[in-house]
Design a protein around this ligand. Structure first.
Ligand code: HEC
Ligand code: HEC
Ligand code: HEC
Ligand code: HEC
Length: 145
């Protein structure tokens, strides 16, 4: 029994030596090298402040409207490469007909205070969202059908 016990401990120590990566535990319950590994990764999101440096109009419209709490990249997708000038690909304009419903489609799991519309009933499905609402400041007196 004693021999089996010792063998178990030896096996555990070998496995620990083989599997625990270098630097683990030096600064806490993680691998110290992970910090450096993550630091070299390029951020994929630029953040709203970066967008506002160049697109002052859109940033201004957003600030004054109900979408003030929605980040640029929540609608436009991650544009870190565009904002830092690394890619000269022009970002595509999101299609309001698809984009708006991602957030505003009714769903019981959303808070009742959040404005939700059923596209079939809303304005009798009279048109595409972007024809009446400005995506950056959607409350600016939507055109009545
Ligand atoms: C360094 C300045 C700069 C920054 C920062 C920047 N952009 Fe741009 N953006 C431009 C330029 C220049 C164009 C091309 C304009 C053109 O050709 O009409 C453009 C184009 C766009 C377009 C396409 C416009 C169109 O007419 O179809 C979108 C959408 C856009 N940017 C969103 C963003 C978002 C969101 C951010 C923040 C993540 C951002 N941009 C950060 C300079 C910038
Ligand atoms: C609620 C979603 C939403 C948010 C938030 C948003 N956008 Fe947009 N943006 C759109 C849509 C949709 C279009 C396309 C409009 C169209 O083609 O009619 C657009 C178009 C644009 C364009 C092309 C030119 C124009 O004005 O039509 C630029 C540039 C732009 N957005 C930048 C920004 C920046 C910068 C921010 C943050 C300050 C931002 N957007 C936040 C949805 C959004
Ligand atoms: C990323 C999620 C998101 C997307 C995409 C989005 N919205 Fe919104 N929208 C919001 C949030 C958050 C509010 C603020 C809700 C609040 O204050 O209770 C809002 C508010 C609004 C309001 C104001 C409602 C009111 O009476 O207070 C309108 C209108 C609106 N959005 C229309 C649109 C349209 C049109 C589009 C497409 C261009 C769109 N939204 C895309 C999140 C989104
Ligand atoms: C024909 C014009 C028109 C179209 C198209 C349209 N809307 Fe509206 N929308 C309005 C008007 C007018 C209001 C304000 C009156 C009301 O609340 O019914 C409004 C209100 C809203 C509100 C706030 C609702 C509330 O309870 O206060 C949201 C969210 C909204 N629209 C989203 C959308 C989305 C998403 C689309 C696309 C599927 C869309 N709208 C298409 C005209 C339009």
């Amino acid at each position: 029994m004693g021999g089996l016990f010792v063998a178990g401990i030896v096996l555990f120590l070998i496995a620990r030596w083989a599997f625990v990566p270098e630097g683990f535990g030096e600064l806490g319950h993680y691998r110290t090298g992970a910090l450096a590994d993550n630091r070299v990764k390029k951020p994929v999101f630029a953040g709203r402040a970066a967008c506002a440096d160049c697109h002052t109009d859109e940033a201004g419209w957003l600030k004054g409207g109900p979408h003030k709490g929605v980040g640029c990249e929540a609608c436009h997708g991650a544009l870190g490469a565009h904002a830092s000038g690394e890619s000269d690909v022009k970002p595509v304009r999101p299609d309001p007909a698809k984009l708006c419903l991602v957030c505003h489609l009714p769903n019981v799991s959303k808070p009742a205070t959040f404005k939700q519309i059923d596209p079939k009933d809303h304005m009798d499905g009279a048109g595409k969202c972007g024809e009446c609402h400005d995506p950056h400041s959607p409350d600016k007196e939507p055109k009545k059908p």
